[in-house]
Design a binder for this molecule. Structure first.
Ligand code: FE2
Length: 509
């Protein structure tokens, strides 16, 4: 049992230490009725191990990945299991009994024998081992294979049945990437795309990588220049419409020289990132011509992690909806010590730093407009709810949507999370909350053949703030946001709060 935080939202729940897997599936308790069409596996990635030996990870994005899975079988029964991702970083760290591979906010432990100049120099010639392959962020399906992804250029292939790590693909080797967006987007044909930062002879570039739906090798389809010559901008996501890929260049600069220097000196990478209170640039890449669009769009400074959906409207403009922060402060608020510390009366103030507003950018693409730079204004669609991990019904990807779903802290900072449905046409908001229930990544499963956009279930994976060895997957009617079924599991191990998940129907491998 944990200490109940009666004063408010307990951010410690998002960075729990879990040092035990649940490799043998355990039976879950199922209440209510899970629709037949929502049976399958719900697989999640996120931070698990927060300390190794005497060393602790510093940032919420650093902890060693644990993959969790809830499987709902055709008989209606359900099971839960988990397994640590066997990355090379995990194996090296476990063997050494300490953190030997640097992460976003954590410096590696380096033995004295490797602190000399030449040792450091030798290390820098082997980026494959300097960059961590702890792919802790998401789980994705690319050309029928399932991968765990993080922000470094490695894709860890998973066996979804056993959750074993099958091996890694290196986009550093195959595409020269140093980073990648862990949220690929798919075009109508099923090809997947990510963007990453690569370093070329003429400086850093944004490389757009295409993963063909037929499973053939990834292709670099574009290398786009960065706004600052030696400082590309941080990107966690990219957008896609029917015809365009959308890159948002936020003013969070990643200094290549500082990052290299940090690596050389065994420091954490986050120190090489600097926020500049300058405009956001939005770039479009035309999938038909395979060329960047000449027009560039600018908007007031803002920060985003995820994009809910993008589409082309009746005027041919590109519309993009996303949760928006004023700046990148939130990244610096996610140090584990900071998240875990009791905040007392300041809890609500801390919660407010995680509040976003769903914002819309409309990018006009009128051929008669000869301007090459067009200023656009972010339109707030909701300021009454906190949204992260935004999503729409997947049938509406790249199409005009009406409803956006997302999770976040409770509206008044109380000891619970919430999941919200926003009607972007009326502004109406519907929420699901329960005391001590902390909601992670929502997943929308549409009812087959549904006519209404919100006809389906929203599967929300949850932990409780008062019981650590407990988790549940709650199925909500996506129309009413009321509970229709719940799968509850109580393993022998701590259940960490996942970051992102994927639904895999029983009909798929
Ligand atoms: Fe993410």
């Amino acid at each position: 049992m944990s200490v109940v935080n009666e004063k408010g939202y307990d951010f410690g729940n998002i960075c729990r230490h879990c040092d035990q897997e649940t490799v043998q599936p355990i039976e879950c308790i199922v209440s209510g009725t899970i629709p037949k069409w929502a049976e399958g596996s719900y697989v999640y990635n996120g931070p698990g191990i927060t300390k190794i030996g005497k060393a602790s990870y510093k940032h919420c994005f650093d902890s060693a990945s644990i993959i969790q899975k809830v499987t709902v079988s055709a008989s209606g029964s359900a099971s839960y299991m988990s397994r640590f991702l066997r990355s090379q970083a995990y194996k090296r760290n476990m063997k050494a009994g300490t953190i030997t591979v640097g992460e976003f906010g954590t410096a590696p432990h380096v033995p004295d024998s490797e602190k000399g100049f030449f040792s450091k120099l030798r290390k820098m010639t082997d980026m494959e081992s300097v960059l961590s392959d702890n792919a802790v962020v998401s789980i994705v399906n690319i050309a029928g294979k399932h991968y765990a992804l993080g922000e470094t250029p490695f894709m860890q292939e998973l066996d979804i049945a056993t959750l074993e790590t099958k091996g890694r693909k290196s986009l550093y080797k195959e595409g020269g990437l140093m980073t990648q967006t862990p949220h690929p987007v798919k075009d109508k044909a099923g090809n997947s795309y990510i963007v990453g930062q690569s370093v070329t002879l003429t400086g850093p570039k944004y490389s757009i990588i295409k993963f063909p739906v037929d499973g053939s090798s990834p292709q670099t389809i574009a290398k786009l220049p960065t706004r600052w010559r030696l400082s590309p901008c941080y990107m966690h996501s990219l957008g896609i419409t029917e015809n365009y890929i959308i890159l948002v260049e936020m003013p969070l600069a990643v200094s290549v020289s500082e990052i290299m220097s940090d690596m050389f000196n065994n420091l954490a990478f986050i120190d090489g990132m600097k926020w500049h209170q300058e405009s956001v640039f939005v770039h479009l890449f035309d999938l038909r011509t395979q060329k960047p669009v000449r027009k560039k769009f600018t908007a007031s400074p803002m920060f985003l992690l995820h994009i809910a959906n993008c589409y082309e409207d009746a005027n041919g403009s590109v519309v993009m909806d996303f949760p928006c922060y004023a700046d990148s402060t939130v990244l610096h608020e996610m140090y584990i010590n900071k998240l875990r510390e009791p905040k007392g009366a300041k809890n609500k103030e801390f919660c407010d730093r995680f509040i976003t507003s769903i914002t819309r950018l409309v990018l006009p693409l009128n051929d008669n407009d000869s301007r090459t730079e067009i200023g656009v204004k972010g339109l707030p669609l909701s300021t009454t709810a906190s949204f992260e991990n935004p999503l729409v019904n997947p049938v509406y990807h790249r199409r005009k949507h009406r409803y956006i779903y997302g999770m976040g802290v409770s509206p008044n900072g109380a000891d619970k999370g919430q999941v919200t449905k926003l009607d972007v046409e009326t502004g109406e908001v519907k929420m699901f909350m329960e005391d001590q229930l902390y909601i992670a990544d929502p997943i929308f499963v549409p009812r087959p053949g549904a006519a209404d956009e919100d006809d389906g279930v929203l599967a929300v994976v949850c932990v409780r703030s008062d019981v650590y060895k407990f988790g549940c997957l709650v199925f909500l009617d996506a129309k009413t946001m009321t509970e229709v079924a719940r799968v509850t599991y109580q393993p022998q191990a701590v259940v960490p709060m996942p970051m992102h998940g994927l639904y895999i129907p029983n009909t798929l491998p």
